[in-house]
Design a protein around this ligand. Structure first.
Ligand code: PMP
Length: 424
């Protein structure tokens, strides 16, 4: 190991605290974390010069590849002017353009207002507060509860975490968060007193953190109908599914559903900078006009950050110039056939769950039984895949494969071959 790498690891182990990480193991003697040094296209290099395919798009953020010349240039150009100015009391051309372009993905008079924030959790947090305040200002103050789906994931700030349905992450905070009811299906919703419900939140088409579990086809449209019939707002968390991952720009477009609130983050900047957006309708926005106390008193220091907006606009431009969505069907079908053939060769692949360009491979013992959780089998397969040039993570024993949308057919094949070799 290079001396420099050793020093970085020592400093990290002495001072950093990593997300979702058992720090005792991370800092244990003999654990040598990868130090990522640079990226280009779908590839990442570590500080020792080894090269890996970015198999989880750098935690589900990267869209067009790393160090994309057009996105880099847009950020650099903006950096030459200024990196950040306040969006409180001022505006700037990039936020104005980006907001307009995001709204243009939806029919006129639907989603037409954009509130910027920083990441997936704040995009959700913002939708929750808007939904509650809207009811207070439209004569339904008691309609202040939220419904979320079992095993859903919407972020880690306290409001977003209250919506979370993954017991191992959120149970200990239940008592301190916002009261939320969890349901497993639309049938469960029907038995709830809907007059108290402000909104229902869902990850459309597929739950990500719940080991990549797609919803039944038609479920989202059915949920929209239930919400309409019961005067409940539909909040879509497209933090993971947004920006092409499912094959269309937004997952909701596949069932012709338009939500009352749409939460976007991760891929908004192509995966370059933290920026989020909460889109909502003119009807909801209008309830915040009038008396001063009706305003939405919410915001973050880096709201509508200039570099983030520059990256997001450049990313939308790349969608057009590289015809990203038009190239996806061929890539998605290569992924489907490649994974099916992997499953036929590898008895430990129990199920492939795929939604567009997002895939999860659930691993089980050949007799169909789950591995004992303490074995951390999924994690060990991902570690083995590193030796074959693929970086990804598992969620329990489901290995995630979520490549940048720009990945080539050869790169898709490389990812599948690496998993094959790791499983062998
Ligand atoms: N919603 C969904 C569906 C997510 O997958 C995530 C992150 N994995 C979040 C919200 C939270 O986003 P962030 O980590 O940017 O706060």
């Amino acid at each position: 190991m290079r001396e420099e790498t050793r020093q970085w690891i020592e400093l990290d182990q002495a001072h950093c605290w990593h997300p979702f990480t058992r720090q005792g193991e991370w800092c244990a003697r003999g654990h040598e974390p990868l130090v990522i040094a640079r990226g280009e296209g779908s590839w990442l290099w570590d500080s020792e010069g080894r090269k890996y395919l970015d198999g989880n798009s750098s935690i589900w953020t990267n869209i067009h590849g790393h160090a994309h010349p057009a996105i880099n240039a847009a950020i650099q150009e903006q950096l030459g002017k200024t990196a950040h100015t306040s969006f409180l009391g001022f505006t700037h051309p990039l936020a104005a353009e980006l907001a307009a372009r995001l709204c243009r993905f939806f029919p006129k008079n639907t989603l037409e207002r954009v509130f910027f924030s920083d990441d997936g959790s704040t995009a959700v947090e913002c939708a929750l507060k808007m939904a509650v305040q809207y009811r207070q200002q439209t004569g339904e103050p008691d309609r202040n509860q939220f419904v979320a789906f079992a095993n859903g994931y919407h972020g880690d700030t306290l409001g977003a975490a209250s919506l979370g349905g993954v017991g191992r992450f959120f149970e200990r905070f239940r008592g301190t968060g916002y009261p939320v009811r969890h349901v497993s299906s639309i049938r469960d919703l029907e038995s709830l007193p809907s007059e108290k419900i402000a909104g229902v939140i869902i990850e459309p088409l597929i739950q990500g953190v719940n080991e990549m579990r797609p919803w039944p086809a038609g479920m989202l449209a059915e949920l929209r109908t239930w919400c309409d019939e019961n005067g409940v707002h539909l909040i879509l968390d497209e933090v993971m599914t947004g920006f092409g991952r499912t094959g269309t720009m937004f997952a909701c477009q596949q069932e012709n559903v338009i939500p009352d609130f749409l939460c976007l983050a991760k891929g908004l900047t192509g995966g370059y900078l933290p920026l989020a957006a909460t889109l909502t309708t003119g009807k909801i926005y209008d309830a915040f006009l009038g008396a001063p106390e009706k305003a939405f008193y919410y915001g973050h220091s880096y709201t509508a950050n200039l570099l983030g907006c520059a990256a997001a606009i450049a990313s939308l431009d790349v969608f057009e110039s590289e015809k990203t969505l038009a190239h996806l069907p061929e890539k998605i079908s290569r992924l489907t056939t490649g994974l099916a053939s992997l499953k036929s060769r590898q008895p430990l692949v129990h199920e492939i769950r795929q939604c567009g360009f997002i895939a999860g491979l659930e691993l089980r013992r050949p007799d169909g039984e789950q591995f004992p959780p303490g074995e951390r089998f999924g994690e060990s397969v991902c570690l083995a895949a590193r030796d074959h040039g693929l970086l990804t993570r598992s969620i329990l024993d489901t290995v995630v494969l979520m490549l940048p949308l720009s990945s080539s057919i050869d790169e898709i094949d490389h990812a599948i071959n690496a998993l094959d070799a790791a499983l062998s």
